[in-house]
Write a new protein. Structure first.
Length: 265
């Protein structure tokens, strides 16, 4: 039974830790992108409409690039320096000049490179999910950037955060959960530390008990000494050292022994 409880508790702890870290990563990514968006907006406002950032982030709103890029995926674009930086097969984000979608921001794949009526480079594009190419080619000066990577479904987080209760669900509640968990952990550590301190401290002895113990020991010692003095039994005797003359012992040894006389019967 204990093993079962231990296993369930351990599994719950691991799952809780994974969810906490996943939530932390999502919040961190969202915070980074929101911070970047805020800074880029401020720079764009300060420098005017001609400012083109090195990196740009867009959320896909249609399924024209599925299955490679899905709806609500966030794409990150990097600005290209020359027309030669874009090749056939690259996915680019550009401002459309098509009659069907004038002025809209489009993210499609380059299927060909041609020239417009002015002899400038123009990129023929098409969505991966579309059967036909786009009506108008994308001109170089309308290119926002080339897609370098995507963040799956980050747009859903952005959509929720833009709603009224989004900040409450994704920021406040997780933050309170993390803070509460850390407070409980600190409380537990403080309790353990307090218990360890109490155990390591020497126990205070009662002076009255110490005095009684000393009197009892003195009385016991006095009785033992009294019994030893009144006892007549000699338990220990000092050894006596004698000097022996070796020559005398030798003469006694060599002296003939007297034979016993036989008596008359």
């Amino acid at each position: 039974m204990k093993d079962g409880n231990f296993s369930i508790g351990k599994i719950f702890k691991v799952i809780s830790k994974i969810l906490s870290w996943a939530l932390f990563v999502v919040l961190l990514i969202a915070a980074i992108f929101l911070l970047y968006y805020f800074i880029a907006t401020k720079i764009y406002t300060a420098k005017g409409s001609g400012y083109e950032p090195k990196f740009s982030i867009y959320t896909i709103a249609s399924g024209s690039m599925e299955p490679k890029i899905k709806v609500y995926d966030a794409i990150v674009n990097v600005k290209v320096n020359t027309p030669n930086d874009i090749e056939v097969g690259d996915v680019i984000t550009f401002v459309s000049t098509s009659l069907l979608s004038p002025g809209k921001t489009i993210t499609h794949r380059v299927i060909g490179i041609t020239q417009d009526e002015d002899g400038k480079v123009c990129y023929q594009t098409r969505g991966d999910a579309n059967d036909i190419a786009d009506q108008a080619c994308a001109k170089y000066h309308n290119i926002i950037g080339k897609v370098i990577f995507k963040i799956p479904q980050l747009g859903r987080v952005q959509k929720v955060l833009a709603s009224k209760g989004g900040w409450l669900v994704f920021i406040l509640i997780p933050a309170l959960y993390i803070i509460g968990r850390d407070i409980l952990r600190l409380t537990k550590l403080s309790s353990i530390k307090s218990t360890a301190t109490k155990m390591s401290e020497p126990k205070k002895k009662d002076p009255k008990k110490e005095r009684e113990e000393a009197i009892r020991k003195a009385e016991l010692k006095r009785k033992l000494l009294k019994n030893d003095n009144s006892s007549k039994t000699e338990y220990y005797k000092e050894p006596v050292i004698r000097t022996v003359d070796k020559r005398r012992i030798k003469n006694d040894y060599n002296k003939p022994k007297n034979k016993k006389k036989k008596g008359n019967n």
